[in-house]
Ligand binder design. Sequence first.
Ligand code: PCA
Length: 212
Amino acid sequence: MSKVLLTGFGPWGSEKYNPSAEIALGFNNVVIGGYRVVGVVLPVSYRRVISDLPEILVKIKPDIALHIGLAPKSCEVRVERVAINLMYSEKGDVDGFKPVDEPIVPGGPVAYFATLPTRRIVERLKEEGIPAVLSYSAGTFLCNCAMYVSLHTIAAQRLETISGFIHIPYIPQQAVGKSAPSMCLHLSRKAVEIAIKESIDYLKQRESSKNR
Ligand code: PCA
């Protein structure tokens, strides 16, 4: 059966709850459009994402890899277009690692574009009434790192997987007292499901045009 790898992230620093983990686990084993979702939670650790994510991808060999994470202070769903080969974090990851402008993969390409149908996903989300935007920077922390590692592994291992990253906002409970925007978990979950469905449609269309 065709597979979707859906990764979320655990908590880090002052962010004690990460809605992306709940969404990833909630979709584990769910079948969407004939594709089985494998939901995995990644630790907010540069070292462990760099070592573990390639193994997960090579083992599962998903048709689609959708990585999701929390973007505190974001007021909409952000569909990431590009991942850069750079790590920078002032406060550090859960292992206390605070890289200053180090490459994720020494000697690797400067950047990778997402291979998911990002613009289509954004348009579809907006049609469904979900605030969404195409984003041209996933930052320099773990979300950018996971996206880069995923796309780099796919290129290096010549996997056929299409891959990309989506940032979701805080859920309302996290925004209390912070004057920060939020989106209810239900809507963020729906956004993730729409992104998966659009990606499946894109693959099916690509397949049928090849056979023509
Ligand atoms: N968001 C962080 C890392 C983990 C997460 O969910 C980021 O945007 O890099």
